[in-house]
Design a protein around this ligand. Sequence first.
Ligand code: SAM
Length: 269
Amino acid sequence: MFYLANDRYSQVIKALKYPDCRHIIAAIQYNSDTFEEKLKMSEIITNEYWINRWTEGKTFFHSEKRHTSLEKHLEKFIAGRKGIKIFFPLCGKTVDMKILADQGHYIVGVDVAEQAFKEFFADQNLEYTEEHLKNIDGKLFQAMDGRIKLYCMDFYLFTKEMESQFNAIWDHGSLVAINIIDRIKYSQLIKELMSSDCRYVISAMQYDESKYTGHPFYLSEKDLKDLYPNCTIEEFDEIDRSYLYKDYGLDNMMERMYLLQPETNSESI
Ligand SMILES: C[S@@+](CC[C@H](N)C(=O)[O-])C[C@H]1O[C@@H](n2cnc3c(N)ncnc32)[C@H](O)[C@@H]1O
């Protein structure tokens, strides 16, 4: 079994215990045969890594164009709803935020890289305000028209209390970008942020894992079922991204798009 607590953590806990201390541990158990193998193989990526990529301009993952699935399948995501709240976890400076805001929706994004937000507002020619967050290390950037709010902070410090729940979530380059060890933590937060009518689109990168194991991390439909057991899952599109990943030693890289929705008879997501 994979041991999530590290040595330093357990030493501090031991030092805090009286001899008769009763210590209750909540253990999260992940129902996947391959999870431990994947953890062993994967590198650990830090927030500093991402901040440096943005400041050094190494952002080839960013596209100046709207995502093709959002264009082709907009109705799957919006489902005729007007002025809905849409969440973009690990948003970077994706142009889809501006496109959906222009359609009358309300956008909230989170990313750790301030450079991404400065570039977003400059590229989109939007005026914005900037303020420090209270009680959290981070900043809030807001477009003057009030339709786009971008939180510059560690995603795992974001809480439901900050913006309540969302009617839709666009997860492109997000779940596949985080460390595999953080997937459970990530999905737990996302589940808290999903309203009962939430339409959650995830873009999953799929390729030959024996040839490459870094990010974008491989994400299968089974992984999604394990992470979101109380959601229906529908694959609705696929895009061949092989041309972008030749230097990774991969001949084939598919981006598969999944729509997740809370099951109607489920009490909790
Ligand atoms: C591959 S990029 C994708 C950006 C965007 N979603 C897109 O599709 O263009 C991953 C993004 O996640 C951000 N990121 C990674 N770890 C994060 C964390 N723990 N908290 C907040 N942002 C994070 C990075 O700064 C980066 O912009």
